[in-house]
Design a protein around this ligand. Structure first.
Ligand SMILES: [Mn+2]
Length: 320
């Protein structure tokens, strides 16, 4: 935690009357939780400030907040805060640099600096925990309601796999305990996160019967538009099943390939052993040491990535 930089961020938030919070494309619980949590903290502390969130809607996360309709002119004189995003091209609203000042708050392995202030803490397993660091550092000045606590808890849950992934530590639970002190009620959160549609349940059956394994232990599946159509699920729903491939003790790496609009192929990669972030970097991606995304473009490149992942798995097993 960099207390000096948190002080700088606090000072800028206090200074500006208009703040726009920006998230990444294809939003997840962590970026939306960070955005709505930070919005709640700012609005509760300074009710007269205008705080807008620029994001796409993720239907399963509607219960933590909804994005604002932001006009070009809204950026005039605004402080823009980008959360949970490592690179410019991953930001959903590409007008992010149209404000008067830009702050980046993130926990991914840094790809590039793009803010006037860049606050990156890869030691935090979710970006929501950095927002809580800010809150806790200025707990004598900042306020939060249970609406903000709900958003921050949701993002922490989804990015840590419900406190399961590496990076979860004592600080995680100390921060989360503060959310309970703000009146956090968790039932609504679990009720919303634990919903699965009949369509996705049936697709999961297909998914579990059609994944494959490479010779050295990379479990993978190709998600094609025709499957999405047949099972009537969204790509976001289908790719949310990634960790269903993480249960095999002979597969330290697992990858889900999916074809997006315009035949663009992307990968979601996970590992419980070898670091995969360097591999993701080679394929226009990145993220964390054990959880990454990559932009492949074509199915041909997915084969290359798979071969390299297989080599990583082989090397890892040989070193055990
Ligand atoms: Mn995150």
């Amino acid at each position: 935690m960099d207390k000096n930089k948190l002080s700088d961020i606090y000072a800028k938030i206090k200074d500006f009357n208009k703040i726009i919070i920006s998230v990444h494309k294809r939003p997840d619980g962590d970026c939306l939780g960070s955005a709505y949590g930070l919005k709640d903290i700012i609005k509760t502390t300074w009710p007269n400030k205008e705080v807008l969130v620029s994001a796409e809607v993720a239907s399963y996360l509607k219960f933590i907040g909804k994005p604002d309709d932001i006009k070009d002119k809204d950026y005039n004189g605004a402080l823009v805060i980008s959360v949970d995003t490592a690179a410019r091209n991953r930001i959903y609203d590409q007008r992010f640099d149209k404000g008067d000042m830009l702050i980046k708050i993130d926990h991914h392995i840094p790809v590039e600096n793009f803010g006037d202030i860049d606050y990156v803490d890869t030691g935090r397993p979710s970006c929501t925990l950095i927002i809580m660091d800010l809150f806790n550092e200025f707990s004598d000045k900042l306020k939060m309601t249970k609406v903000g606590a709900k958003a921050l808890y949701t993002g922490t849950l989804t990015d840590t796999g419900r406190f399961k992934y590496s990076g979860v530590d004592g600080d995680t639970f100390r921060s989360v305990s503060v959310l309970f002190d703000q009146g956090l009620l968790t039932k609504e959160i679990y009720d919303n996160l634990d919903v699965r549609t009949m369509e996705l349940t049936k697709y999961k059956g297909y998914f579990l019967q059609h994944f494959k394994k490479t010779p050295n232990g990379v479990a993978y599946i190709n998600i094609l538009p025709k499957h999405i159509k047949k099972f009537k699920v969204s790509l976001g729903e289908a790719t949310s099943l990634v960790n269903e491939l993480g249960y095999f003790d002979d597969c330290p790496i697992w990858i889900l390939f999916a074809e997006y609009e315009g035949k663009i192929v992307r990968a979601r990669m996970r590992s419980k052993g070898p670091a995969i972030d360097k591999l993701a970097n080679k394929y226009d991606g990145g993220g964390h040491r054990l959880a990454c995304g990559a932009n492949l473009g074509t199915w041909k490149r997915s084969k290359l990535l798979l071969e390299e992942a297989d080599a990583l798995a082989k090397q890892y097993k040989e070193e055990l």
